[in-house]
Design a protein around this ligand. Structure first.
Ligand code: PLP
Ligand code: SF4
Length: 343
């Protein structure tokens, strides 16, 4: 049985004072939900911190519920078209476990439920009439909380109307509810592998999340020829040290999951205690870049407030430009000059 109340949680683990004082407050609070798989791992502090709420969530008055201004970019119901050539469709508000750092708190766990067939059709029509959209992110919430039959219908509608659009299947379920990935589900996905490909987008934030079950789930996608990418969130007290992230990225790479993004925490209300200062993030990024291969290195990225869009954070090596010469600080030490072609 998943844990859905503080009472059940306090029977499973001994709550700290700040966990004890957490209050579920109306619509601005993310509900408490912890799957059996995660419940069995709560003795690991970095897992506990991601899923067990604490009163620090209630004390954060600064954040916003929609810092990325996604609502302003909503087209056709649950479709967010912020970037010219790609869009995100919020399949459902539900997840198998709610992450306390969730950046889409305005929507996640809001009891909106799965998109109706009408909403899916509307979104698919919007996409097919906007030929500039090359990719669609199926996200939420977690699309795999839908039943097999609903996933089948969803893909039927989208694939029928937008056969040339690449679909990113965004899910945290491999980490939090790996038993969801049954042979039946994979056979449904296989049936819809026509036209443009699927990409799997996972979220693993800590090496302990890469359990045998999680890897087996991801392998199901890889066996279908679906490439896997990972998006992590930089989280205080979870993965805000270079060694943890280097281990995570090396493991991901070993299991054929490409580290894609490492996100700076968004300014979402209730998540302040989990955010890491950018200065520290940049130091971590630098260590990671010096110890990981290019393939194993994710892009440290900030999604700017007020819907400004994504920006990559990395050490700036270009010091200045003199005439046609570009002057860099070199990772190997000292500076180097690159003369641009003159013509
Ligand atoms: C992040 C994001 C995307 C995907 O951006 P990529 O940089 O291509 O991964 C698409 N739509 C929205 C609304 C996003 O926030
Ligand atoms: S799985 Fe994703 S959408 Fe769901 S709570 Fe976690 S971060 Fe939010």
């Amino acid at each position: 049985m998943p844990i859905t109340s503080k009472e059940a949680l306090s029977r499973a683990i001994r709550l700290t004072e700040s966990e004890e004082k957490w209050e579920e407050k109306g619509s601005s609070t993310l509900p408490l939900l912890i799957s059996d798989h995660i419940a069995s791992m709560l003795s690991i502090p970095e897992i506990r911190r991601q899923f067990v709420p604490s009163c620090e969530e209630n004390e954060d008055e600064e954040g916003n519920l929609d810092p990325l201004e996604e609502e302003a970019h909503e087209k056709a119901g649950r479709l967010i078209h912020r970037y010219h050539n790609r869009a995100a469709f919020l399949v459902t508000d539900r997840c198998f476990s709610y992450c306390r750092h969730c950046f889409r708190r305005r929507f996640t766990g809001s009891l909106t439920g799965p998109a109706s067939e009408e909403e899916i059709r509307e979104a698919a029509d919007y996409i097919s009439s906007h030929s500039e959209i090359k990719e669609i992110l199926l996200t939420g919430g977690d699309m795999f909380t839908l039943s097999d039959d609903r996933i089948d219908t969803l893909l039927d509608i989208f694939k029928g109307r937008c056969p040339d659009v690449i679909f990113r299947l965004c899910t945290r379920a491999a980490a939090v509810y790996p038993e969801r990935f049954t042979n039946r589900l994979f056979s449904i996905l296989r049936k819809h592998q026509t036209g443009a490909p699927f990409y799997l987008m996972t979220q693993f934030n800590h090496p302990a999340e890469l359990t045998d079950e999680a890897i087996r789930a991801v392998n199901g996608f890889l066996d279908l020829g679906i490439p896997a990418m990972n998006q992590s969130v930089l989280l205080r007290g979870v993965n805000d040290d270079p060694d943890t992230l280097i281990e995570l990225c090396n493991k991901l790479l070993y299991y054929r999951i490409k580290p894609y993004y490492l996100f700076q925490g968004d300014l979402v209300r209730g998540t302040q205690h989990l955010r890491v200062p950018i200065e520290k993030g940049l130091e971590i990024e630098k260590r990671m870049r010096s110890e990981l291969s290019g393939l194993g290195m994710p892009q440290y990225t900030i999604d700017l407030p007020d819907g400004g869009g994504k920006v990559i954070l990395t050490e700036n090596h270009l010091v200045m430009k003199k005439g046609h010469e570009y002057i860099f600080t070199a990772p190997e030490g000292g500076t180097r000059v690159y003369p641009d072609p003159v013509n």
